[in-house]
Design a protein around this ligand. Structure first.
Ligand SMILES: [Zn+2]
Length: 268
């Protein structure tokens, strides 16, 4: 069965995550491991036995962990590079210990330095650490804001080719793609993704509507059907022949417009 879930808080512990995901009708979820706004966040004391038994109990097939916000793989600053490496290593080790299947990574920002330099920096870190992960690392496309790399499909493809690791894949965020200028309301975009990245290499879709218009470069998610992409276009995109088996994760805001379980039901 297709994996469909949403990003949820992990502050209540792994059992609460799994129970909550199941209660809203989903069979997967995305979480942060530790506080995403801290460099040295306390890692949770979850283990593999706990995770496996909870998966069975709640019918959850896989989890996605999203890297914290502070690491910047594209950085050229020595101190940031060292902190980023510690963070990547810590997240990978903890995910391996628990048996988490997927780790979603943002590549970060050049902070105004040449893009080629940022890409080379990210490739160097990924080359060192991706092989240490037992699961899949998914690099996520960006909205193109703040000198972030990895907004274009060409950049993502170049990075994956340069790292050349069997477990490195892509996560495509519909809001980020649209904000960067890829009009996902037009299904030709599916052919473009397939041609440039290979749809078989896309192992998650972050399904988010976009608060701002095409090419806005603003990373602001909206609830499904309450943004500029719209409900019908998102439906057509995620349920096309080439996308309809890829896991879907919602990263939409908590909102009085639509409840979390209603939004999961809508995706299904
Ligand atoms: Zn995303």
């Amino acid at each position: 069965m297709r994996l469909i879930g949403r990003h949820i808080t992990s502050s209540g512990g792994i059992s609460a995550v799994m129970e909550y995901a199941a209660k809203m009708g989903s069979n997967t979820a995305q979480i942060f491991m530790g506080n995403p706004r801290s460099w040295n966040a306390q890692m949770p004391n979850w283990d593999n036995a706990m995770f496996e038994s909870l998966k069975g109990k709640y019918g959850i097939s896989e989890l996605f962990v999203h890297m914290p916000y502070l690491p910047n793989l594209a950085s050229s600053e020595g101190r940031i590079i060292e902190l980023t490496k510690v963070s990547v290593r810590t997240q990978i080790k903890k995910c391996n210990d628990i048996g988490i299947e997927n780790l979603v990574v943002h590549l970060g920002s050049t902070k105004g330095r040449p893009k080629s330099e940022g890409i080379a920096n990210a490739v160097a870190i990924l080359k060192e650490y991706v092989p240490l992960f037992n699961g899949r690392i998914l690099i996520e496309n960006e909205a193109g804001q703040n000198n972030n790399i990895g907004a274009s499909f060409e950049d993502l493809a170049e990075i994956r080719d340069s790292v050349d690791a069997d477990n490195l894949f892509f996560c495509i965020d519909t809001c980020h793609a649209f904000a960067y200028g890829y009009d996902i309301r037009n299904l030709d975009i599916i052919e473009e993704i397939d041609a440039k990245l290979g749809m078989k290499n896309v192992k998650a879709l972050h399904c988010n509507d976009a608060l701002f218009g095409l090419g806005s470069k603003k990373d602001r998610h909206a609830n499904i059907g309450f943004g500029e992409i719209g409900r019908d276009a998102l439906k057509a995109f995620i349920w096309a022949d080439k996308t309809n088996s890829i896991p879907v994760i919602l990263e939409t805001p908590s909102s009085p417009l639509i409840s979390e379980s209603e939004e999961i039901a809508l995706i299904k």
